[in-house]
Write a protein that binds this ligand. Structure first.
Ligand code: NAP
Length: 178
C-alpha cells in the first residue's frame, strides 16, 4: 500500500486532489511534508461561501472547486431538511439574473467563476448543461458581488451525517473542524 503522495513521487499520479478538507486538515498534510494537493473540492454557494478556506487555498496555490453550487436540489429525501433555504428563488439572485438577462443558475455558477473558483453544477438535462456552461460569459459588477457576499449564512446542504456510520472516525465536529 502506498500513500497518495508516493503515487505522485512514483509518477503514477500527476497530482493529488482532496475533498471536504478544512484549513486545519490542509495545514496538517502540508506540515507533514505530504504532497500538497492541487485541488480541494468543497460545498460552496452563496449560503456557504467558505471565504477563509478559499483565501487559505489561494495563498497556498490550491484550486477550490465548488460542489452543490445550485443547492443540490435532487438529493434523496433522507438527506434533505424540510426547512432548508432555496438558492434559485432568493430575491437577490433573481434580481441579478433579471438585470443581466440571464438565469438564476447562471448567476450562481458565474458568481463562483467571478470569485476565482472552479465549479461543478450537475445537470442531467442537455439544455440546462448548455446554459450552465454559458455561465462563464457572465461578468458580475462589484455591487452584484457585494450583494451576493451578504447572503452568507454558513449553511450546509450536505451536513455530512452520512459519513458518521458505526465504526467511522468522523463526528460532526471533526468532519468540518468547526
Ligand atoms: N465531493 C463531495 O463530497 C461532493 C458532495 C456532493 C456533490 N458533489 C458533486 O458536486 C456536483 C454537483 O453537486 P449536486 O449535484 O449535489 O448539486 P447542484 O449541482 O447544486 O444541483 C443539482 C440540481 O440542480 C439542478 N439544475 C442543474 N442545472 C440547473 C439549471 N440551470 N437550472 C435549474 N436547475 C438546475 C439539477 O437538476 P437537473 O439534473 O434536472 O438539471 C439538480 O436537481 C456533482 O457532480 C456531485 O457529484 C461532490
Amino acid at each position: 500500500m502506498v500513500s497518495d503522495g508516493n503515487l505522485v513521487k512514483q509518477g503514477l499520479a500527476k497530482d493529488i486532489g482532496v475533498s471536504n478538507f478544512s484549513v486545519k486538515k490542509l495545514k496538517e498534510i502540508i506540515a507533514a511534508g505530504s504532497t500538497k494537493p492541487v485541488v480541494n473540492q468543497v460545498e460552496s454557494h452563496p449560503y456557504l461561501q467558505q471565504s477563509s478556506l478559499v483565501e487559505f487555498c489561494r495563498d497556498n496555490k490550491i484550486c477550490v472547486t465548488a460542489y452543490a453550487p445550485l443547492g443540490s436540489g435532487d438529493r434523496p429525501d433522507s438527506l434533505t431538511k424540510l426547512d432548508e433555504p432555496t438558492l434559485l428563488d432568493h430575491p437577490t439572485i433573481k434580481r441579478i439574473a433579471t438585470k443581466h438577462q440571464t438565469t438564476e443558475a447562471q448567476v450562481l455558477i458565474g458568481w463562483q467563476l467571478n470569485r476565482g473558483l472552479t465549479v461543478i453544477p450537475k445537470s442531467s438535462n442537455p439544455d440546462r448543461q448548455a446554459l450552465n456552461l454559458a455561465s462563464s460569459a457572465l461578468k458580475l459588477s462589484e455591487n452584484d458581488m457585494a450583494d451576493i457576499a451578504a447572503m452568507d449564512r454558513h449553511y450546509r446542504y450536505l451536513h455530512g451525517e452520512f459519513w458518521m456510520m458505526e465504526g467511522s472516525p468522523y463526528t460532526l465536529e471533526n468532519v468540518w473542524d468547526e
